[in-house]
Design a protein around this ligand. Structure first.
Ligand code: GLC
Length: 545
């Protein structure tokens, strides 16, 4: 048996994130829906991804576009209904693929029936399901915490005379995970979806569910950026007591035990923080999450945001490889619905191609973000059209709308996303007539073709799936990043040039090889590795002899 078949699906597979609002509209309202995802499964299967992760599709007033959940066990009518979801899950499984759903345990919508009860009176049985506190003697909020989206993390409820906590918008009250009834009710929502065939969960801000028991003030951050918007209380503090408390790991173990009631399920967590604390989310012996999301290729290591620099990206991978215990499987993310698009972040499509080759040839599970495969950049949204509460509250440059624009399927008016006579909820790129799936899938040199080929090569190549990772130094210019993936006799070399001009990589110890794929998609040839020429922003995968 090869190593390949021993890997679990979430180790072998590539995850593709779908933002349901923006994938495909079949009802003609300018917003995507679950039926639209069903209709595009052939595309995803052909592209070569193994699992889809859906951002929230639950009933929601959409104060944070679905991350304010009003019912964990139903489907928002805008997106379909439970029967549509069941058809989607069946269609995904019929293709041998997996379905991962978003799970938002830290907060509900203020329209969730639990919160409506909780706020109805101080002695309601669900009062303690949320985090209510008395005002300070002067009437101000119970502590100094700020909301990620601006303003304080507390809102006063005049009818019961207390504040409730929300670290996002005020329509997202936070659940009290120290209450055993809350925990039991939330774990049941996992079972609900696993019984419906869900293979895994992406757990929203999972590190926030437990806060300091005494809700102490966070310390002031002396290094906070100057010129912060006045209402950005959050960035003025160091996040010490509101997240990543040691006690969270006991909760995570219970979540994991719930997943383990069903065969082969996978838990993915949205987590940030320094490596030594982040790695704890795998559990001491692997009894935590299967994949704590690793955003460091996207966000950097926390000192400064990721820049297009070979040594910086390599440093992230090397630190990760050095930190992970044997039982922990790595994973990498280069884009999601909260961050700048990778084309924009890294400076253009040429760089994004090299980044895609990196993401899909490293050791570990890659997560792709819809639209990155056709090179969608951040799309400007006129200020009066901003939808994202973060942009509305903290200023246009903080708006996440720019990375959530609709998928571009073809050159027709509205890009095949919604009918021509309907306004899509967000705009397309100016070049959508050429930047679309229909056209780019016919173009043998498009970034879409590159993704397709990288995905196919990864699936066929055990060395890329499960082989070891070894970076090379000797003969490698400082603006290149070169590594080996080795599995038994097979050895693959990945050489990435981050420079905007050509470079020579001098690897005389490696003899001959064959270029299997170039990010430029124009060469497949035998080469001598003592002088491997890379063009500006070119990456190659070389099978070694
Ligand atoms: C996570 C989500 C983000 C959302 C926030 C609150 O960070 O990725 O989109 O706004 O949690 O749920």
């Amino acid at each position: 048996m090869t190593q390949k078949t021993e890997l679990k699906w979430w180790q072998r597979g590539v995850v593709y994130q779908i933002y349901p609002r923006s994938f495909k509209d079949t009802t003609g309202n300018g917003v995507g829906d679950l039926q639209g995802i069903i209709e595009k499964l052939d595309y995803l299967e052909h592209l070569g991804v193994d699992a889809i992760w859906l951002s929230p599709f639950y009933p929601s007033p959409m104060a944070d576009f679905g991350y304010d959940v009003a019912d964990y066990c139903d489907v928002e009518p805008l997106f379909g209904d439970l029967a549509t979801f069941d058809r989607l899950a069946a269609a995904v499984h019929a293709r041998g693929m997996k379905i991962i759903v978003d799970w938002v345990p830290n907060h509900t919508s203020d329209q969730h029936k639990w919160f409506i009860e909780s706020r109805s009176s101080r002695d309601n049985p669900k009062r303690d399901w949320y985090i209510w506190r008395d005002p300070k003697p002067d009437g101000s909020p119970p502590n100094n915490w700020g909301s990620f989206f601006g303003g304080p993390a507390w809102t006063f409820d005049p009818s019961t005379g207390q504040y409730y906590m929300h670290q996002f918008v005020k329509e997202q009250p936070e659940l009290n995970w120290r209450n055993p009834e809350v925990k039991a009710a939330m774990l049941d929502t996992l079972r609900f979806w696993m019984r419906r065939g869900v293979d895994g969960f992406r757990m929203d801000v999972i590190g926030l569910v437990i806060k300091d028991a005494a809700l102490r003030d966070n310390p002031i951050n002396p290094h906070a950026p100057v010129n912060l918007p006045e209402n950005d209380l959050f960035s003025r503090l160091i996040q010490v007591y509101n997240m990543d408390q040691d006690e969270v790991h006991a909760v995570i173990r219970e979540i994991r035990a719930t997943l383990d009631e069903f065969p082969d399920r996978c838990g993915i967590g949205e987590l940030w923080g320094p490596l030594d604390r982040w790695v704890k989310y795998y559990g001491e012996h692997g009894e935590g999450l299967h994949l704590p999301f690793n955003f460091r290729l996207m966000d950097g290591m926390g000192i400064k945001p990721m820049t297009w620099d070979a040594q910086t990206l390599r440093g992230v991978v090397d630190a990760m490889e050095a930190t992970l215990p044997d039982f922990a499987w790595p994973n990498y993310v280069l884009g999601n619905h909260d961050r700048m698009r990778m084309v924009t972040r890294f400076g253009g499509e040429a760089q994004a191609r090299v980044a895609a080759m990196l993401l899909l040839t490293l050791r570990g599970t890659p997560t792709l973000y819809y639209g990155d495969e056709i090179g969608i950049p951040d799309v400007p949204v006129p200020p009066e059209k901003i939808q994202d509460p973060q942009g509305v509250n903290l200023g246009a440059e903080r708006s996440r709308d720019v990375c959530r624009t609709p998928m571009q399927w073809d050159a027709s008016p509205n890009a095949g996303f919604c009918p021509p006579d309907v306004e899509p909820w967000l705009p397309f790129t100016a070049d959508y007539a050429t930047r679309n799936v229909a056209l780019m899938s016919q173009d043998s040199t498009s970034i879409l073709t590159l993704y397709h080929q990288l995905l196919a090569m990864r699936q066929e190549t055990p060395a890329l799936l499960s082989g070891s990772y070894r970076p090379l130094d000797e003969g490698v210019p400082v603006d290149c990043y070169v590594y080996l993936r080795e599995e038994g006799e097979t050895r693959y070399l990945v050489a990435l040039n981050f420079a905007a001009e050509g470079r020579q990589v001098l690897l005389s110890a490696f003899g001959q090889g064959r270029v299997m794929l170039s990010t430029h998609l124009d060469r497949e040839e035998d080469i001598a590795l003592d002088a491997l020429a890379l063009r500006a922003n070119e990456g190659v995968v070389v099978a070694l002899r």
